[in-house]
Design a protein around this ligand. Structure first.
Ligand SMILES: [Zn+2]
Length: 201
């Protein structure tokens, strides 16, 4: 708890509020610490998913190749990683993207909670401030720190033009970034990182 004193009052208060809710599970507490760390750095991709999982059609389905329910089979939209004025690296559209379009998959290493916790503390020790973990469910976290694509640079917004969705593709959980509204070329892509983390087990 020592390091918390180094954080500002807002973050400490947030932590205090969250820890009450977190109970005694060390894994869950770790996530709340990660959450605080993240809200402190404003550069993490921790997302609260609703319980619904989208089910993608697969080659096992009876539908045709023209089926529109296979987003991960589509080409990524053209996007560009750019240096922003106030938010470090960011991502902007490099073509028009229509509302509902699949843009890009959020890829990274699938790691369990123990490894996630280890990496979090390692990073903290090295004063690394970018944490690219999306907590999908217990013992499934997608970490884009070492292996990822442009999607990890998409910044947070409370009024985002993109949404992250969890999809079941052939029994595998995959994360997709979709357009929540029509997006013009050169427009910055954002999604709500979801500071209200839910770690029900
Ligand atoms: Zn289909």
């Amino acid at each position: 708890m020592m390091w918390i004193t180094a954080l500002n009052a807002h973050v400490a208060l947030t932590y205090a509020m969250k820890i009450v809710y977190a109970g005694n599970s060390s894994a869950i507490n770790m996530f709340y610490m990660a959450f605080v760390f993240i809200s402190y750095t404003h550069n993490i991709s921790n997302v609260q998913f609703c319980r619904s999982v989208h089910i993608s059609c697969t080659s096992a389905c009876a539908c045709s190749e023209n089926c529109t329910n296979r987003p991960f089979d589509q080409e990524d939209k053209k996007v560009k990683v750019v240096k922003t004025k106030h938010c470090g690296w960011g991502v902007e559209a490099d073509e028009f993207i229509d509302k509902g379009d699949y843009i890009i998959e959020y890829v990274g290493e699938a790691i369990d909670d123990a490894l996630c916790e280890k990496r979090f503390w390692d990073m903290k020790g090295k004063r690394v401030t970018n944490f690219y973990v999306v907590a999908v469910r217990k013992d499934l976290n997608i970490d884009a720190q070492f292996k990822g694509n442009e999607s990890r640079f998409i910044n947070h917004s409370c009024d985002p033009n993109c949404i992250m969705e969890k999809w079941d593709v052939n029994g595998e959980t995959r994360l997709g970034i979709f357009a929540a509204k029509a997006i013009e070329p050169k427009e910055a892509l954002t999604f709500d990182y979801g500071y209200r983390l839910s770690f029900t087990t």
